[in-house]
Design a protein around this ligand. Structure first.
Ligand code: ADE
Length: 419
């Protein structure tokens, strides 16, 4: 079996860590049991381009238990957990192409390896599989019945493709499920981003001025958790509603150029380019820490920073690079501007990935059954799937909720009764 991972000897550690993660993934576990008995993916070639983590390992095992013929590749050059990649190859016989720290050339070779599998279904995190297939491997498009997409950035790219009529098969936007973005994007990104910053730097968050770029679900989580640890949080936004929401959530809101000279730690999570640009680096304090938790590393203009630096960046600790500027100021960039939560830490905790990947598995199954009826556009996760996952998660947590009485149902369905 072909594969490309760092070191197969790491496999035992990967297996144990996947087992540990699985304890926090009760919803995916139940789905895996059903998939294993029903085998809905039998004969289906799947290519998945996801962050290769313990949680993804458990999703991969769920898909294979359901009969899928799966190839898994990294969706980011820095997010792979090499022991997980080794364990999936060694114990589960899944062809994995993913190495932490792979260069861009290797990253794309891995994407092409996933496409060489001639998938019937794609599972993306950031839309690279879909994008490369539609631009460079159009001859295999005819095999594909549908796909799923995990993240905000990927959904934005796919909607742009669909709008131009350039999307050749239907995709379910897993990100848009409530059981995905309300939990994974908010609590997952919130905790894992702070975790990444702390593991990389060991700085005290209390008392620091933390500037959060954006106030979407991910940034909200980051702002909330930084605030919870005693940081003085500033939010930057371009959307008036989100800006207003951040103000009323108790944060200072201002343009990045005003935040730049006062921030100690900067985190972007906007999905857009050059959110921190040359003119921002020009006015930052000495020893400012800059990182990104958005999908692509384009949020920080690191080319400009490299041009401004008087010497090659110095690596002070793993995932910390110090750029020295001509006036002596030092700017510290974490995880090369790539997703700090996955680069310097382990990504979102398993308990939220449980719901995200339950959505992935159930959406893939739904897609397989309904692909014929779907058009070549981006679809929401069906509400029944979202609600079923929320129910299962609550059950697994031992939390009961109320049930509407018949009288309450009738009241909600009526309009005559007022004051
Ligand atoms: N995205 C963010 N965190 C993740 C994780 N732990 N596994 C897979 N994808 C992720």
């Amino acid at each position: 079996m072909k594969h490309h991972v760092k070191d197969l000897e790491l496999a035992p550690s990967g297996r144990l860590r996947m087992e540990w993660a699985e304890r926090e993934m009760p919803v995916l576990r139940q789905i895996t049991e059903r998939l294993a008995s029903e085998k809905p993916f039998k004969g289906v070639r799947m290519s998945a381009c996801l962050h290769v983590t313990t949680e993804t390992g458990n999703l991969a095992r769920a898909l294979v238990a359901g009969g899928a013929d799966l190839v898994l590749v990294a969706s980011n050059p820095l997010s792979t957990q090499d022991d997980v990649a080794a364990a999936l190859v060694t114990y589960d016989e899944i062809p994995v192409y993913a190495i932490k720290g792979e260069d861009d050339k290797t990253y794309y070779e891995h994407i092409y390896a996933a496409l060489d599998h001639k998938p019937h279904m794609t599972m993306d995190d950031g839309a690279d599989l879909v994008s490369v297939m539609h631009t460079h491997r159009r001859e295999i498009l005819g095999n594909v019945v549908g796909g799923t997409e995990e993240t905000t950035t990927g959904v934005i790219r796919l909607r742009a493709m669909a709008k131009e009529g350039a999307l050749d098969y239907p995709i379910i936007a897993v990100n848009d499920a409530l059981t995905k973005h309300l939990f994974d994007n908010r609590y997952g990104t919130g905790q894992s981003t702070l975790d990444g910053i702390i593991r990389a730097t060991n700085v005290l968050i209390a008392g620091k001025v933390v500037v959060v770029g954006g106030y979407g679900w991910c940034s909200r989580g980051i702002a909330m958790r930084a605030n919870g640890m005693g940081a003085n949080v500033i939010v930057t936004e371009v959307d008036p509603l989100k800006g207003l929401e951040a103000v009323m959530d108790g944060f200072r809101v201002m343009p990045m150029i005003e935040a730049a000279p006062i921030g100690d730690i900067f985190v972007t999570s906007t999905g857009d380019i050059n959110v921190i640009d040359r003119h921002h680096f020009e006015v930052m304090k000495d020893a400012a820490i800059v990182c990104n938790s958005g999908h692509f590393n384009v949020e920080l203009n690191l080319e400009a920073l490299a041009e401004m630096a008087v010497e090659a960046p110095r690596s002070l600790r793993p995932f910390v690079k110090e750029y020295k500027l001509s006036d002596g100021r030092r700017i510290n960039v974490l995880a090369d501007g790539r997703l700090v939560n996955l680069g310097a830490a382990e990504g979102h905790p398993s308990a939220v990935m449980d719901m995200s990947f339950a959505n992935q598995a159930l959406s893939a199954e739904y897609m397989l059954v309904h692909a014929e009826e779907l058009e070549n556009t981006v679809y929401a996760v069906p509400e029944v799937i979202d609600l079923a996952i929320a129910k299962l998660k609550l059950q697994a947590m031992g939390v009961n909720i109320d049930v509407l009485t018949e009288q309450q149902k009738a009241y909600l369905a009526s309009w005559q009764e007022g004051t």
